[in-house]
Design a binder for this molecule. Sequence first.
Ligand code: FMN
Length: 192
Amino acid sequence: MTRTPEFPISPIFVHRWSPRAMSGEPLTQSAVASLLEAARFAPSASNVQPWRVVCALAGTSLFDAVFQGLVPANQTWCVRAGALLVWMSRRELDNGQPFRSHAFDAGAAWMSLALQGSQDGLVVHAMLGIDEAKVRAAVAAPAGFDVQCVIALGHPGALDQLSESQRARENPSPRKPQSEWAVFGAWPEGRT
Ligand SMILES: Cc1cc2nc3c(=O)[nH]c(=O)nc-3n(C[C@H](O)[C@H](O)[C@H](O)COP(=O)(O)O)c2cc1C
């Protein structure tokens, strides 16, 4: 593990990362449901829970249709995914008013799923390298939903299935120091 926290944190945060090497073994519906259950307990503004998810298990025509909506670079490794999830958020409330935190809340739910998957020893990898129109058509996404990303899930697999450049990147990536993006006090003028 190449990641070293600067301050004490739970190991679950340090151990989560986004591998690409998967075995091709299908995931069961109950394994995916366990990950979704973690997402279920994510916080959201007014407890609206605006995330909406379509789950496509490997070996189904739905999986093939979502897979066709990935950019070729993502298809090269997602061919061995056990499931693809289309992670969406509903932009409006039941009363038709815009719901400002739909994307933020869907992000919290995705991270809960990612942490649970990592704890379960699974690969969980978000992707925005997608053809959104194709993904939307594949899952019949309603007009009021935003597609936030597609998530590849799978059992870990052998590195030699990956391309050379993918193999070179198959490690937990570094992070900016906390001091680059958090301040105690007002935001310093001119700082990005
Ligand atoms: C919204 C989102 C979109 C991403 N899109 C892609 C993608 O299309 N292809 C890919 O290989 N990785 C993608 N990633 C993975 C990120 O590159 C990765 O999460 C980031 O480099 C941090 O690494 P880590 O998740 O291993 O900690 C995406 C991640 C997020 C959160």
